[in-house]
Design a protein around this ligand. Structure first.
Ligand SMILES: Cc1cc2nc3c(=O)[nH]c(=O)nc-3n(C[C@H](O)[C@H](O)[C@H](O)COP(=O)(O)OP(=O)(O)OC[C@H]3O[C@@H](n4cnc5c(N)ncnc54)[C@H](O)[C@@H]3O)c2cc1C
Length: 462
């Protein structure tokens, strides 16, 4: 096997010693990942196709891997399903930025931050921001249909994918690289690969939609009386600011206190303590807009109504970055705190406060003293509900009971058990429990139609 892959890809395209494979073998959270039989690093679409054909001939399974920042173990080898990893790391070129059509044509292995930097030079922006953007790749973001902080305004990444090129499990190449907003020529195949988590093939290139970069913006951090007030403020902002409303992110005092303890270089930007904090950003590409005035007006009325306890509007780019860091480092603060149980829930926006209040009370009945750290994207009802055990204690074997409560309450409200992180291998059993049989069979049938031998990333999704 080694010689065949070395012959195909050369020494820089194949890794097979334990030392060489270590960076690829385990997932971001170090929870999943069997040692692969090898790691292929092709540097072109024909090479990806050749790797899939050779893997097929050798009877090997293939797991595509991007930046390996996925949170459900999708990018590493599942237990009992030995195979190779196909890393896109060497396919990282920006082929074209079209300032008239406002599109970018890129390789799947391009790291998101590099795309942000490149399009900024053209006065454009790509509306996807998330804490992992320094490592996550375009192909991985598409394969997980990533959301992030701008999703309420711009949608998940699928809304920005115009064209795609995908190498199918048998090594054939689907060329869907069309830079078209309108293209109703049958099934919307590109949508099928958004969220497919590598089960239908390897995304190798994409044409992405760009947007004018904001010229004016205003960002504020507000301590709010409760989540209900935050939701009301979010809805008021949508009405008054319209398309200017770029993001409404929230976190709580439990999470902030944890973060400041573990990352002491960060500091509190406002005196008053939450229970909750709302990070709001208004932005516009038009110089005529005045987002700061709109924001200041709304904050004033919310302050008078007792919904906002305290707040600050960023006076500089550095202050804005400091506010955003508090939100973006929330997962890191939680990780440094020690053992944790993570949930990525979405509920209908109007029911977010009801969900969080209900779950906070319910969890205490399962494990008194459990610390609940909800944070996330208010505008799309997406809450990352992370749990830490009571100080100095463990979860005491109650992990399944705690998570079961979270998932059942969310399901009862018409929510999602995986809002933006996908299923990977971590949530397959959960999906089997919560997803209707018809939905599961439909997904299994689609995967089997494209990959009858079940060689692409087995053990993920279904
Ligand atoms: C600190 C932090 C913050 C995060 N914040 C967010 C957030 O706000 N919103 C959000 O949605 N996610 C978030 N995530 C999760 C993660 O960053 C996303 O899931 C991201 O989209 C994964 O991209 P990746 O390149 O790292 O993919 P990987 O982790 O390498 O892979 C993820 C899945 O995609 C498949 N895959 C990868 N590349 C390809 C390809 N080219 N073709 C086909 N399949 C492929 C893999 O097989 C796997 O199933 C966060 C993660 C971290 C660590």
């Amino acid at each position: 096997m080694r010689d065949r892959f070395l012959e195909l890809l050369g020494p820089s395209g194949w890794r097979s010693t334990p030392e060489e494979m270590r960076p690829f073998a385990r997932d971001w959270l170090d929870r999943h990942g069997e040692t692969p039989l090898g790691v292929a690093l092709p540097c072109s679409t024909p090479e990806v196709a050749a790797v899939l054909r050779l893997a097929g001939a050798l009877g090997l399974t293939v797991t595509p891997q991007g930046g390996n920042t996925g949170l459900n173990g999708g990018s590493v080898i599942s237990a009992g399903r030995p195979g190779i990893i196909l890393s896109l790391a060497r396919m990282n070129r920006i082929h074209e930025i079209d300032p008239i059509g406002m599109t970018a044509t890129v390789d799947a292995g391009l790291v998101l931050q590099r795309l942000h930097d490149a399009v900024a030079d053209h006065g454009l922006m790509f509306p996807l921001h998330l804490g992992s953007e320094g490592s996550a790749q375009i192909g991985g973001l598409i394969a997980t249909n990533a959301g992030g902080s701008l999703a309420a305004r711009h949608g998940m990444i699928e809304a920005q994918v115009l064209g795609l090129e995908v190498v199918l499990p048998d090594g054939s190449v689907w060329d869907g690289m069309r830079a078209l907003i309108k293209d109703n020529t049958g099934l919307q195949l590109r949508k099928l690969f958004c969220g497919a988590e590598g089960r239908l093939g390897v995304v190798t290139r994409a044409i992405l939609r760009l947007h004018p970069a904001p010229r004016v913006r205003a960002s504020a951090l507000l301590a709010v009386a409760d989540l209900r007030s935050a939701l009301k403020l979010g809805a008021d902002l949508r009405r008054d600011a319209g398309d200017m409303l770029a993001a409404t992110e929230f976190f709580c005092e439990t999470g902030l206190e944890m973060l400041l303890r573990h990352l002491p270089t960060l500091s509190r930007p406002i005196q008053a303590r939450g229970p909750y904090y709302l990070l709001v950003e208004l932005a516009s590409a038009s110089n005529c807009a005045d987002p700061e005035a709109v924001l200041a007006d709304l904050i004033e009325s919310a302050f008078e109504a007792g919904e906002v306890l305290d707040g600050t509007i960023a006076a500089s780019d550095a202050q804005r970055a400091a506010l955003w860091r508090l939100r973006e480092e929330m997962p890191e603060g939680q990780r440094l705190e020690g053992p944790q149980i993570k949930h990525d829930i979405a509920v209908p926006v109007a029911r977010l406060a009801e969900f969080v209040a209900g779950i906070e009370a319910g969890l205490q009945t399962v494990l008194p003293g459990v610390r609940v750290n909800p944070f996330g994207h208010l505008g799309d009802g997406n809450v990352h509900l992370n749990l830490s055990p009571p100080p100095g204690a463990g979860f005491d074997g109650r992990e399944s009971a705690l998570s079961g409560l979270v998932y059942d309450l969310a399901a009862g409200m018409g929510g999602s058990f995986s809002a933006e992180h996908g299923l990977g291998q971590a949530k397959v059993a959960l999906a089997d429990r919560l997803r209707g049989a018809t939905e599961r069979q439909l997904m299994a049938a689609l995967i089997a139609a494209v990959d009858p031998e079940g060689r692409m990333n087995p053990g993920k999704i279904v």
